[in-house]
Design a protein. Structure first.
Length: 167
């Protein structure tokens, strides 16, 4: 996997700076946006792996922003980091934005870091799975072509011990 890109969205520069410090030791490309509109523009120009958004921002709330991210960029992992502890905020973020994690401010650095690491690992495994499925599909196609050109080529006879019998 190439260097992961993490998009941080919060209208507070001090929060964005604190989050940058939280992720400073990771080999991640960190992109910061001070609004949902700025974040959507960043997403249009960069292939992002994870988005972490605040809820309470001027212009567009985080749950609406994450809903748009889900619709436009379904493979981006979406997370919310907010000071809002209202259950309705969490429900909106989960139901509309289909977020993978919900964190509250103030956050625990380790918990947030591990959450992002886990999300990146899941993305990596999903990508490997897609590559493997494509490889199997190509091999099945090749085997079908060989079978049509040389009937019986894919047949095999096995001995009782499982070894292949070659004529």
């Amino acid at each position: 996997m190439s260097q992961p890109k993490i998009l941080l969205v919060d209208d507070s520069r001090s929060i964005l700076n604190a989050l940058r410090r939280t992720f400073a030791l990771e080999n991640w490309d960190i992109i910061c946006a001070a609004s949902a509109t700025e974040a959507l523009a960043a997403l249009a120009h960069a292939e992002v792996d994870v988005v972490i958004s605040d809820e309470n921002m001027p212009g567009m709330c985080g749950s609406e922003f994450l809903k748009q991210v889900r619709e436009l960029y379904p493979n981006v992992v979406r997370m919310m980091l907010t000071g809002a502890t209202d259950i309705d905020v969490a429900k909106r973020a989960i139901n509309q934005g289909e977020i993978s994690r919900f964190f509250t401010k103030p956050w625990e650095d380790y918990e947030l870091l591990v959450g992002v690491q886990q999300a990146l690992r899941v993305k990596e495994l999903e990508s490997e799975n897609e590559h493997l499925k494509a490889s199997v599909k190509r091999q099945d196609h090749l085997l079908a072509e060989l079978e049509s050109e040389y009937p019986g080529i894919a047949d095999k006879r096995l001995a009782a011990d499982g070894s292949i019998i070659i004529d």
